[in-house]
Design a protein around this ligand. Sequence first.
Ligand SMILES: Nc1ccn([C@@H]2O[C@H](COP(=O)(O)O)[C@@H](O)[C@H]2O)c(=O)n1
Ligand SMILES: C[C@@]1(CO)OP(=O)(O)OP(=O)(O)OC[C@H]1O
Length: 159
Amino acid sequence: MIRIGQGFDVHQLVENRPLIIGGIEIPYEKGLLGHSDADVLLHTVADACLGAIGEGDIGKHFPDTDMAFKDADSAVLMEHVWNIVREKGYKLGNLDCTIIAQKPKMAPHIEKIRNRIAELLQAELSQINVKATTTEKLGFTGREEGIAAQAAVLLVKNE
Ligand SMILES: Nc1ccn([C@@H]2O[C@H](COP(=O)(O)O)[C@@H](O)[C@H]2O)c(=O)n1
Ligand SMILES: C[C@@]1(CO)OP(=O)(O)OP(=O)(O)OC[C@H]1O
């Protein structure tokens, strides 16, 4: 059996926060605001995985009202989600995701992010694709008020 999931997330860009995307810290003058480390890409991937197995979303598993998740490392949340996926008997088919950011330029960081996600999902590099796009200065991402991410995942049931 195969299952498809999709994810979408947005976090506000503010001063005095580190910019963490896809499990890596990116040197930049601003960072993303959230209850956790606000890793917009890992939240999106986690949501896509939870969606594929019919397990709701990360807010259900890690409520932003719970101080246990204050400043949480989203890589740890992602590992937790991936354990749920594995316990249900699924492995990764492939993951495709997009970071929507006017700035910073993501291209120099894409391979590192891809490697980190492959590590977190216990997958081959060829199963993971990470893209970036601007919105041509349009909308909240274009005004650099925030960064969004979306993902599509295919999970395959172990034989
Ligand atoms: N934050 C970003 C946004 C885009 N890129 C790369 O630039 C290419 C062109 O972007 P457009 O928004 O004009 O389509 C895009 O395909 C990415 O390769 C980036 O590195 N960082
Ligand atoms: C990750 C969680 C939990 O710390 O908080 P945030 O970092 O605010 O992220 P969001 O994508 O708004 O929702 C999921 C949350 O419950």
